[in-house]
Design a protein around this ligand. Sequence first.
Ligand SMILES: C[S@@+](CC[C@H](N)C(=O)[O-])C[C@H]1O[C@@H](n2cnc3c(N)ncnc32)[C@H](O)[C@@H]1O
Length: 278
Amino acid sequence: MSMFKQTVGNFLEKKWPWAYKIIVLPKRRIQWFFIWRKSGLAIRDEAAARQSLKRARGFKQMVVPERDAVRYVGTNPEEGTAQLAILMYHGCKPSDTVFELGCGALIAGYPIMQYLDAGNYFGIEPNKWLVEDSLKIPQIKETASQKSPRIAHNTEFDGSEFKTKFDYVIGHSIFSHAAHWQWPLFLKNIDTCVGPGSKILVSLHFTEGNTYGDVGYKGTELDFNEWVYPGISFFRKETIQDCAEKYGYNFKVDLVAPMLINIAHPGANHSWILLEKK
Ligand SMILES: C[S@@+](CC[C@H](N)C(=O)[O-])C[C@H]1O[C@@H](n2cnc3c(N)ncnc32)[C@H](O)[C@@H]1O
């Protein structure tokens, strides 16, 4: 979608929401219907994903988005709900344990914690102030006191302090900023925290791009030696897959996750992968 069309859409949504609903929304729906078909997403999978989104919307979203931490991560509350829907679609139950990489301002953490049984939400966030800032919001504080989340603060993707095997690991917009050496580091350190059947879902940018708006990059991941933020980094699909397989995962490109994030954030174009530990 062009920048111009996006801007007009955003303008109409704010100024004349009725016009947005009548003109823009149906047009966008049809356009994206064909984009997802072209990407290979089956109609039944899209329908099931929309059902998960409906369920996820039954949990509260963060309602105080004007905060430094929220501005820093640049995630909107609906994207938090979409991340819960991604987990639900992939079979996550309240009794499962979830480890959120780069949980930031807890925008996804808040609905995910509500869904999970107490003690089952774990996160990792090197910028401790992001978590602390969000924990000052009364609704988040209350949920946190009921659900007892545990959050580590290191840059090594090291969750070993929790001595838990996570059923799900989710990382939205973490490897889309990562240096090339952070992918093998992540796989090495997460290895002690997963078991057979554990699922890892992360978003990133492939140098190959994708059919829903990512134009890709001509170089390789070796051009990215450091974490880049707010810029973005790219990995060759082959590098990601080979390394994941070396650590004993089945590798799959996931099309449901980007579709759900795109509903929440029109124009979002991260690719997502699903790793399943053998
Ligand atoms: C774009 S934000 C996304 C935050 C969150 N996942 C969301 O959806 O709102 C990127 C996050 O990654 C965190 N981060 C940076 N380096 C990291 C690392 N080595 N391990 C885990 N998280 C990291 C940042 O502090 C920030 O919170």
